[in-house]
Write a protein that binds this ligand. Structure first.
Ligand SMILES: NC(=O)c1ccc[n+]([C@@H]2O[C@H](COP(=O)([O-])OP(=O)(O)OC[C@H]3O[C@@H](n4cnc5c(N)ncnc54)[C@H](OP(=O)(O)O)[C@@H]3O)[C@@H](O)[C@H]2O)c1
Length: 337
């Protein structure tokens, strides 16, 4: 059910909304029954400068599973037990006490995991509802992959390999690498169906299942976009050309297994003068206007295909985040509220 419900308190009509709270940090890798709960709360009237937004869609991504844990030593914001969880979301303004936003405006923000978001207007970014064929596309990780492929400084003629290529970031990174001039685009994924999807639908030159030995599948690489870590990172280091670039996007293997597996061939990083490039999307606001101008055009023209899976219902959000880590979906996972 979208949009929560209503009740009457002291003769006053009160809007109610659901929120997903983290109750306690998981004891295992993933949140289990009882670690999260849905709470119904009254939605406050907007205070000065505030707006009330009814959420329509929210992002499901590996960060959600990661943030249920204590991340204080990693400099990554985590969820606080006893408080609502959060995630990227798209919603519609229903009430506003700020002149910059009005009812009907569609906004992007970071207060997912709830039916209604109430916050200062500056926390919401108005988006063009017609920019993409679907509102859900505002949540695809095109921006992350755009930043990552910029950090990688992809050049014409590059051979490019991306891990978790059928995922939200990976599916975008492969297509953006091609648009930036890479002549050979290779991806890895966890099932034969995903491998086929990469080659037949997303135009990858080659794709393979990483459950096989990946080393024989890798030609000499100029760029590796790593979403996973572990054995694939080690194999890619061996396959890199001198002065190649490795973009460190994410650590899916570490998130799924909890095992921190470092590559055993770091000497090759020195020998080949490789660049290991960690990045964080929101550190690059200078790229956002260029992205906003180019990316919707590429999607509308079909040059970029947005791979996407929609899951329904706020009550299914936490399970969807866990299922995602087990490889259940293709592309960006969006929860419809
Ligand atoms: N730096 C940033 O600013 C930034 C921003 C957004 C996301 N990220 C990170 O980027 C990475 C990708 O994000 P995403 O949203 O696109 O997620 P994603 O890659 O779609 O993540 C889920 C997929 O990871 C794969 N996977 C899980 N465990 C794996 C393992 N042990 N080995 C190989 N693949 C495994 C599964 O696909 P298969 O079926 O193929 O196994 C699963 O479908 C994540 O680590 C995320 O935290 C970073």
């Amino acid at each position: 059910m979208a949009g929560g419900s209503a009740a009457t308190q002291g003769g006053v009509h009160v809007r109610l909304g659901r929120e997903v709270h983290l109750v306690s940090r998981p004891r295992g890798r993933f949140p289990a029954a009882g670690d999260t709960r849905i709470v119904e709360v009254p939605v406050p009237e907007p205070g000065p400068g505030q707006v009330v937004v009814r959420n329509l869609f929210m992002s499901i991504d590996p960060g959600l599973v990661l943030r249920t844990n204590d991340l204080s030593r990693l400099d990554i914001p985590d969820f606080t037990p006893g408080e609502p969880m959060w995630s990227d979301a798209i919603g519609e303004v229903v009430e506003s006490a700020d002149e910059r936003l009005g009812p009907g405006d569609i906004v992007w923000h970071r207060f997912g995991f709830r039916d209604y978001a109430v916050a200062q207007a500056g926390e919401f970014r108005r988006v063009d509802p017609d920019a993409y064929p679907s509102l859900t596309h505002h949540l695809c990780f095109g921006l992350t992959a755009y930043v990552g492929t910029e950090v990688a400084q992809i050049r014409a003629g590059d051979t490019f390999f991306v891990s978790s290529a059928a995922g939200a970031v990976g599916s975008m990174a492969g297509q953006l690498a091609r648009l930036r001039g890479a002549t050979r685009v290779i991806g890895s994924a966890g099932t034969p169906e995903k491998v086929r999807y990469l080659k037949e639908r997303l135009g990858f030159d080659d794709a393979f299942d990483y459950h096989q030995d990946v080393r024989p599948r890798l030609p000499e690489l100029d760029v590796f976009y790593d979403n996973v870590g572990g054995a694939q990172l080690e194999a890619a280091i061996d396959a890199m050309r001198p002065r190649g670039r490795i973009v460190m996007g994410g650590r899916n293997e570490e998130i799924r297994t909890g095992v921190v597996q470092g590559p055993r061939n770091m000497m090759a990083v020195i020998g080949k003068r490789l660049e290991l490039l960690g990045y964080y999307t929101f550190d690059h606001p200078e790229l956002f206007p260029v992205f906003d101008e180019r990316f919707p055009r590429w999607v509308r023209s079909g040059e970029i295909v947005v791979a996407e899976t929609i899951v329904d219902g706020l009550e299914n959000g936490v399970d969807a985040a866990v299922n995602l880590m087990h490889g259940a979906y293709v592309g960006k996972v969006v929860l419809r509220l």
